[in-house]
Ligand binder design. Structure first.
Ligand code: GLV
Length: 310
């Protein structure tokens, strides 16, 4: 198998080490310097490939993404549409995302942001908090990431529901489905988590109309994609107190422009797309498993469906 490693930001060295150790005989080529004959490449292992690039490899058997989200690749009008694409699902990455969610849910549930403010004022004042079972967390997107967060938050005692477009079953988690399930799901949700991918269906899903269904003073945690939020509507909901606070890790434009109002908003907890990282040591093993599958004539796992956009 000959692979082209296409990532203009990351150091290929640790990927070369893991992938060549995991797949004996693998011919690992870093694009562009080491790719002399694009027709000889069997698999493209990619992160944010430049538009138009993938079609220049005429004999690809698969494209394997080093990102969980593949939306930028799907926007490429020249994407070879008959080549199977595998999305990255990695247990370590999933756990990192769950840690991010547990952190922010507890931060809001236990008033950490209030105590930080009170400390700066020298104010000794306690706030009652509900039992975890009385706190209703809602997770949108119940794939590998959302499913794990749902299980762990349930284990921690929260009352967790999920929203998805296709039926899912997770012990102890009430699942709301599709457009009919959206309003009842939002109405019962005090801490809303989005792990939704960026697709035409999720574009602007969090807007003044949908956010208005949340109970007053709800919290919003977004580590899915920034495109699902109508930013002006979220800011208006924060300003009015309809939403108490938001933890935002993903944005429409990244890095977030210096003049973006989120930077200085007193009710926004901002992190620079760090909720979960791709780590070659663990993600490399997942990519290697898919390379072995493709070499054996099989499809990669976690196949991207072009019609649903992830
Ligand atoms: C990160 O956001 C990813 O899609 O892997």
């Amino acid at each position: 198998m000959k692979i082209a490693f296409i990532d203009q930001k990351r150091d290929p060295a640790p990927w070369r080490e893991v992938l060549t150790a995991e797949v004996p005989g693998l011919d690992f080529r870093v694009w562009p310097d080491e790719v002399d004959d694009p027709a000889a490449i069997d698999i493209a292992v990619v992160a944010l490939p430049p538009p138009g690039l993938l079609k220049t490899f005429p004999n690809l058997k698969a494209i394997l993404s080093m990102w969980a989200g593949v939306e930028s690749m799907l926007l490429d009008p020249d994407l070879p549409r008959n080549v199977p694409i595998g999305r990255l699902v990695d247990r370590a990455m999933t756990r990192d995302m769950t840690h991010h969610m547990v952190h922010w849910v507890l931060h809001y549930h236990r008033d950490a942001y209030r105590y930080a403010e009170q400390q700066s004022q020298g104010l000794w004042k306690s706030h009652p908090y509900p039992e975890a079972a009385q706190r209703r967390v809602g997770i949108m997107g119940l794939g590998a990431l959302g499913g794990d967060a749902a299980r762990v938050l349930t284990y921690l005692g929260f009352t967790v529901a999920g929203w998805a477009t296709r039926p899912k079953s997770i012990d102890g988690v009430e699942v709301f489905l599709g457009s009919d399930g959206l309003v009842p799901f939002l109405k019962r949700t005090e801490i809303l988590i989005s792990l939704l991918p960026s697709t035409p269906a999720t574009e602007g899903l969090f807007n003044s109309a949908t956010l208005a269904h949340l109970p007053k003073g709800a919290f919003f945690i977004n580590a899915g994609r920034g495109t699902s939020v109508v930013d002006d509507d979220l800011i208006a909901a924060l300003d009015s107190g309809a939403i108490a606070r938001a933890s935002l890790d993903v944005f429409r434009t990244e890095p977030l422009p210096a003049d973006d109002p989120y930077w200085n908003h007193p009710k926004v907890d901002l992190t620079p797309h760090v909720a979960s990282h791709t780590t070659p040591r663990t993600a490399g093993r997942e990519v290697a498993e898919d390379i072995r599958r493709v070499a054996a004539g099989k499809k990669p796992r976690n196949l991207v469906k072009l019609d649903r956009g992830y």
